[in-house]
Structure formats: structure tokens, C-alpha cells
Write a protein that binds this ligand. Sequence first.
Ligand code: AMP
Ligand code: ZN
Length: 512
Amino acid sequence: MPLWQKANPTTALNMNQELSLHNSLSRQKEVFKPLKPGFVGMYVCGPTVYSDVHLGNCRTFVSFDIIYRYLLHLGYTVRYVRNITDVGHLLDDGEDRMSKGARANQLEPMEVAQKYTNGFHDMMRIFNTLSPSIEPRATGHIPEQIEMVQAILDNGYAYESNGSVYFDTLKFAQEKGIYGDLSGRKIEELIAESRDNLKNQDEKRHPADFAIWMKAAPEHLMHWNSPWSVGFPGWHLECSAMSRKYLGEHFDIHGGGNDLKFPHHENEIAQNVGSCNCAGAGYWLHTNMLLMNGRKMSKSDGNTISPEELFTGDSVHVSKGYSPMAVRFFMLQSHYRSTLDLTDEGLLAAEKGYKRLLEGFHVLLDLTGATGQATDALDQEINQLIDGAFAEMNDDFNTPKALARLFELVSRINSLKGGQLPLTAVSPATLERLQTTFRVFIFDILGLLDEDAAGASGNNQALEGVMQLVLDMRQTARANKDWGTSDKIRDALNAAGIVVKDGKEGVSWGLA
Ligand code: AMP
Ligand code: ZN
């Protein structure tokens, strides 16, 4: 698709159905009612940019891309805010992730943040996700965060201790009675297991208290002046401050992976209520985790695969490389609230499914000669399947079930083409609706690209993105004189029919 072409023409085909979504706060499905009719404000926690984005992150962001796309499709004007966490997210030893990454590599913290933000954007493009409306950085919103800390202090739900400011969780929980509503945690349990900022435990009144402003240690690279100390804001605080700034004190949807429910989101709610007595989002949406071969993906025990390894096939966990759209399709085949287990068999099946869906679409575009009536049984059946696909999306964005309806339609399409079903029993209006539905579903709602068509027109943005990433990896390997890795990448590309040339103007590539 040319860059100037609008990526997401919103063709509202089924506005008469209600959208229901699962609200983590009430733990049940609710009919979605935006605060302002026709408008949706949605905040999604973005990545912490101190290392490469992993496939689990990608799953969560692809899930919210579907939600964003579907809201657009329904005709809503959506302000989608997804932040970049570039300060304040601490490691278990209490050190800031960005600062540690920067010191280890002798880089400016902002260099680290920029590098991994670029990588994140590349990956989002490769997976064909739409850009958010606003992508605020935590470091760009320090005054707003300081203001919020002050408001919480003024309301009596925080206290200063040795230059740091802590949220008074116990007092808040006792007075407001809502702490733990989202995560289901009880304050007594929290006392036992609070992990937040272990290093400064003695500064807190209570183990469940958490830092909203931290005094910076001398070696800490990122710090700002504040009324309490030269320091930096807490991770939870940044999302409260940025969501309020761009979406207001009360907004529609807040999302993230379900590992963020506690403490991150629970503490966001506490900060919102503690600063302005406003809860923030009305609907909380949480995606489930990506597993691999039935186990949690984990770098430490080798049960992990990077997106690049998945695309090139350079991993013991896969028998071959999979294209970004096959991987995206694989993600769509499970509901966002279910765990998703990455296996080679699952990916192979997804690759076949993706091809079958697109082939069905091409066959459908060639169908002509529909002369039936709206009263014909086949005509009605096709319309019911179309309605069913939208109904599944309206039922908490159920992509696997919507895909099942689309595949039932692919069977009908193939039978119409083969003559086993008569086109004389399908009305021209229904054939046209079917064609529109497939186009809208595949490209606008599910956000798939036709990789074959894109390749043929020389405009395969996803492949361009992957190649950029792989060539960057090769460049880094060469700069480190890691010839083994550099050769391995070249050989894998050659095997995939791609030739890399090192010329005066830089590296170029082409199909063999
Ligand atoms: P982080 O960069 O760690 O702050 O994570 C960015 C987003 O990815 C958050 O919404 C996380 O909940 C989500 N996430 C992290 N790990 C996984 C996983 N294995 N599967 C799905 N989502 C994940
Ligand atoms: Zn957040």
C-alpha cells in the first residue's frame, strides 16, 4: 500500500450490535459505554526501553492494535495513548533499568532509550500495528509527575522520607477501602510480599508503601530537581500522570499485560484517587501471557526466541522461518485473555491458515454472476455467517471465533468457485457485502497484509523492516568482529533466496 494511502478506512458495517468487553475491575463482561458518545480514550502501558522488545511484548501490543482497529472500525474517534517508559522502572535490586543499561555500555541513558525505542518502532511496523495517537515519554513529563506527587502529599496519602516520597498504602487502603480491588490482593498479603524498592525498605513506614519520588543515589545518571530531592519519579506514577494529561481525570479504557495488574495498575488507581479522587479508567483490559512450548518464556533457562530468530528460523525452537504476517495471524488465533503457547506446529498451522484466508479472498474477488434472491437459503446462510463474525468481535474482541466464521465463509467461497454451490442462489448485494466484509476484516480489523501481493509490487514494508533489522544485527556482529554470527546471518539469508551486497554506499540486498 503506498504510504500516502489511508491505512484504516473505517467502514462501519455493523453498528447496530453492542460491544461488550471484559473489565478486569468487575471481573465480568460489560457493555461498553464511552464517557462521550462517539469518542474513546484509551491508554496502554508501553515498553520499558532498556532492552530489545520481546515476542511477549509484541503479543500484547498486537492485541491492543486489534482493539484499537476494531474501535475505529465501529466508527469511534479514538485517542490512543501508549507511553514509552524511559525512567523509573526499577530492577529488583532497586536500580533504574535505564541507568544500569547506560552505565554498562558507557552510553547516555537517552541513547539507550532512543536505541530501543527505534527497535520497538521497527518491530511494531513489521507487525503492521497502527501508531498510537500520542506516544508520551516519561522523561518528557517530569513537571506533571512532580505536581501529582505534591497533590498526593497535600491530600495526606504520601509522606517524605530522606528525600524520597512514599505512597501511604495502608492509610489509603483503610480510608478509601478500594486498594486491591483490581488485583484481588489483600492488604495483609501485601505486607508480606511487597517487593517494591527493597533497597530503601527502612525509609518506608510500611512494606506495602511504594515510592512515587526517589532520591537519586550519586551514581544514578537520570535525575531532576524537585521540592524533595534531586531524584526521579516512580514507574507507577508516570502512567497516572500521562494518562491524566492526555485523556483527563476520567477516561474510558486502560490496558496492559496481566502481569501489570499488580503492583503497577493497582498503584496507578491508588495514585489517581489519592491525588484527585478520580479513578482514571472505567474499563481495565488485560492481555494474557505468551508461553513457549507450554512454559513461560524465559531468557535464563533458554526457553526464549526473539522475533528476528522467528523470522529467520535461526533457532532450535523452530523448523523454519515464519513471516511476520504468519506470526501475527498466529497471535490472532487465540483470544487476548487466553495464554498463547508458541510452538512450531502452531506456527505451521497459522502459516497455512493465513494463506488459506488470503487465497479465499482472491477467489472471492473473482466471483461474478450472482443472480440469486435475498430469500434464498444460501444467501441467508452467508449473511448469518457475516453477522456472526462481527458478533464475535463485539463479544470482547474474540478474534479466534471471528476467524472460525471467516473460514466457514472460505469453504462456501471455494464451493461457489468449484460449482458445488450455485452462484444463482446468492444475491448481487450479498456477494458485494461478502467481498467488503473480507476486505475490511482481513486488512482493516485484523491488520494483516497480503505479503504475496506486497512482494509482487515491490512494496513489502514488512519485509523491508525485517531486512533492516537483520542487517543491523549483521553490522553489529561485524563491528564486534564476530565473524561467526555475521557469516551465519549471510548464509541463512542466502538459503532464503536473499543476497546481501556490501558496497561503497553501504549494504544492499535483493532476491537471488
Ligand atoms: P515491559 O516492557 O516489561 O514494561 O512490558 C511491555 C508490555 O508487554 C506490558 O504490557 C507487559 O505486560 C507485556 N508483556 C511482558 N511480557 C509478556 C508476555 N510474556 N506475554 C504477553 N505480554 C507480555
Ligand atoms: Zn503503565
